[in-house]
Design a protein around this ligand. Structure first.
Ligand code: GTP
Length: 639
């Protein structure tokens, strides 16, 4: 048998062929293989499977592996390269098709005025889904670990499990704890009594290409969360695509478009287990086009890690007007983040210069104070993410110059000392939905939602209300970091599996709450805001996009009063314009129908929100227009 003939079914040139099942191998020629060759073939297949996963998940059949293995004389490296190449090409083709599909759905959704819901209903979770972490032991959220980019694309293409979201109608579980007991347990766990590590979440922010994903990928590896085999695979595939410098970033950026463009687009989530803290890490995109994704992630975080590029000229480009360093800092501060770590990154590019580090520290320090960050809650750490310098270990051969002048803590030591913020455990349960997906857990294949509990406690078996709407659902399962939990409390980033609800009643931006303490639903409200630097001042009736938790919807703004920034006293009533630096009271009215009480009343758009006084997290807003953040503030009253 000629080896050439044996591989004739491999789709080596035409990507379209890659979609077709390659089951027909012609004559069965295995009988020409000797037992030794068969054993070699099995061994190669096993090794490759260990890297790429099972046929359904990898999109590569056993026959394709065997054909390639035969072609390359059972050379594992060459066979692996070949298989990864096929996989990469298929992913790219699928991504193209998925993008087309998404575009079509967004157009349709735009025609009905309901873009986000439209995309979601069509089963396109890639935009908002948390991505797979590199942690081999399942550190990412369980769904993230199962639903990677490829699965999502296959889903969008109808090539995989294309069944729609369905209602789980199984008998719901029973509540196991009385509320008082549950509160007691939650308080004990949150305060770290009983041996639990303190938990908190951190969003990684900074200008595009500052090195955020690289730093997180390298950190995960140095902490042992990414195994050698997976690392070798990522290195090999990034090299193959001529993107070796992004190989650490690829541990976080798993989307095909992200890898092709070398930028983060969606938030990626992973978990760091440190000696004293468990930290949920949310890696945000730095590119200005994806600020809305960054806001959605930042609204789920307790603290922030700002990464700045120390390279000459690069720090300045990110920090100047138009760069994302300032905007990201203002956004996270407006969303309530108080503790900040600044990683002064890529110090290798400036020969580990202490002067450059101090120069950056000084420029940023002044801006941080002006933006309301307290010095005592801000730490600076010099690092080089790509080389892994001063992440876990300070003493490294690459950085002997750094050791001469820096004796402070490493990044991990700094992270391990972060204080979790106060949690509103006793307040009513509030869970704004950031993502909606089909359950992939053995215990439930019904609908699941992910997000952060901004307040209260919730347990399995509890009936919850979904707002907007009149529907309720039962909590069937709560998952965090790959584990099933009996309950969750304020501050936790979890996936909640729901039963007894038709998924049509759930959307990104809906809020789960107790049936006895339903979150208010309003069409307009009064807010107190600070006006940011912007191209045009805000006039009466100005249009803007309101960002609240995980949703963004069109609104109109009416300025009511300008206020003294320190005393809050009224300076002027009914001002005609609001400009940079002003503090003002404004009326915000929801326009259109992005989120409505029911699909039948699309014109009656209302929003589940609360005043800042009642619930700090539910009472914060951001306003953006034409890609600029124009104001941020708090909700004073509902109308
Ligand atoms: N010299 C040097 N280069 C680095 C370092 N860290 C990251 N880089 C490079 O910087 C580039 C951008 O890195 P990313 O990690 O993708 O940056 P990012 O901030 O996540 O980018 P976005 O998420 O798209 O905003 C890559 O080419 C990295 O190799 C470092 O410590 N030293």
């Amino acid at each position: 048998m000629s080896r050439h003939r044996f591989v004739r079914n491999l789709a080596l040139t035409n990507p379209q062929d890659d979609f077709e099942a390659l089951s027909d191998g012609g004559e069965d020629e295995n009988n020409e293989i000797t037992p030794e060759q068969l054993a070699q073939m099995n061994s190669v297949r096993e090794h490759i499977r260990a890297v790429i996963g099972p046929p359904k998940r990898s999109g590569i059949s056993d026959k394709e592996i065997d054909d390639a293995s035969w072609e390359y004389y059972f050379d594992l490296d060459q066979t692996m390269d070949h298989i990864l190449e096929i996989q990469g090409r298929r992913n790219a083709a699928k991504e193209r098709q998925a993008a087309k599909e998404r575009e079509k759905q967004e157009k349709m959704a735009a025609m009905t005025g309901n873009a986000r819901v439209g995309a979601l209903r069509a089963g396109a979770p890639t935009k908002t889904s948390p991505k797979k972490s590199g942690k081999a032991s399942g550190a990412a959220t369980p769904v993230a670990a199962k639903m990677d980019q490829m699965d999502a694309d296959m889903l969008a293409l109808g090539l995989q499990d294309s069944t729609p979201l369905v209602m789980d109608t199984e008998e719901p579980p029973k509540i196991s704890l009385a509320r008082e007991k549950l509160l007691e347990e939650a308080k004990r766990a949150i305060s770290g009594q009983g041996g639990d590590k303190l938990s908190l979440s951190i969003v990684i922010i900074g200008h595009v290409d500052a090195g955020k994903s690289t730093l997180v990928g390298r950190l995960m590896y140095d902490l042992g969360s990414i195994d050698q085999r997976k690392r070798a695979q990522t290195e090999r595939s990034s090299e193959k695509m001529g993107k070796a410098s992004f190989s650490w970033a690829w541990e976080m950026d798993s989307g095909v478009e992200e890898r092709n463009r070398g930028i983060t687009i969606d938030m990626a989530q992973s978990v760091l287990s440190l000696p004293n803290r468990t930290i949920v890490v949310l890696d945000a995109p730095g590119h200005k086009d994806f600020v809305p994704n960054m806001i959605s992630g930042a609204s789920q975080a307790d603290t922030a890690l700002l990464v700045v590029d120390a390279t000459n000229g690069e720090f300045e480009a990110g920090f100047d007007k138009g760069g994302q360093t300032r905007e990201h800092l203002l956004l996270v501060r407006s969303l309530g983040v108080q503790q900040l770590i600044v990683a002064v990154n890529k110090l290798d590019t400036v020969a580990w210069s202490e002067d450059r580090y101090n120069e950056i520290k000084e420029s940023l320090g002044n801006f941080l104070v002006q933006s309301g960050f307290q010095q005592s809650k801000t730490s600076f750490v010099p690092v080089a993410g790509f080389l892994g310098v001063n992440l876990v270990d300070r003493l490294q051969p690459e950085a002997t110059e750094l050791e001469k002048w820096y004796t402070g803590p490493t990044l991990v030591e700094t992270l391990d000392k972060l204080d979790p913020p106060g949690r509103a455990i006793e307040a009513p349960f509030r869970f704004p939905i950031t993502n909606l997906f089909k359950g992939q857990n053995a215990a439930s294949s019904g609908v699941a939602v992910s997000g952060k509990l901004v307040s209260g406690v919730v347990q399995v078996g509890e009936r919850v209300r979904v707002v907007p709407g009149d529907e309720s659902a039962v909590i069937k399962l709560i998952m965090a970091d790959g584990e099933s939990l009996p309950w969750a409390a304020a501050g936790s980033n979890v996936d909640i599996y729901l039963s007894n609800i038709d998924p049509i009643h759930l959307t990104i931006g809906s809020v789960l709450c107790p049936t006895s303490a339903v979150v208010p639903l309003v069409a307009s409200f009064i807010a107190q805001v600070i006006i940011f630097d912007q191209s045009y001042p805000i006039t009466v009736g100005a249009s803007a996009e309101l960002f609240h938790q995980s949703q963004n919807i069109p609104v109109t703004i009416v300025p009511l009063e300008t206020l003294d920034r320190i005393t809050g006293a009224t300076i002027k009533s009914n001002p005609r314009v609001l400009s940079k630096g002003m503090s003002a009271k404004i009326r915000v009215a929801v326009r259109g129908s992005t989120i409505s009480e029911s699909s039948a009343s699309a014109s009656h758009a209302r929003l589940p929100i609360e005043t800042f006084k009642d619930n700090k997290d539910m009472g914060r807003i951001l306003l953006r227009r034409n890609g600029e953040t124009i104001a941020a503030g708090i909700i004073l009253s509902l109308e």
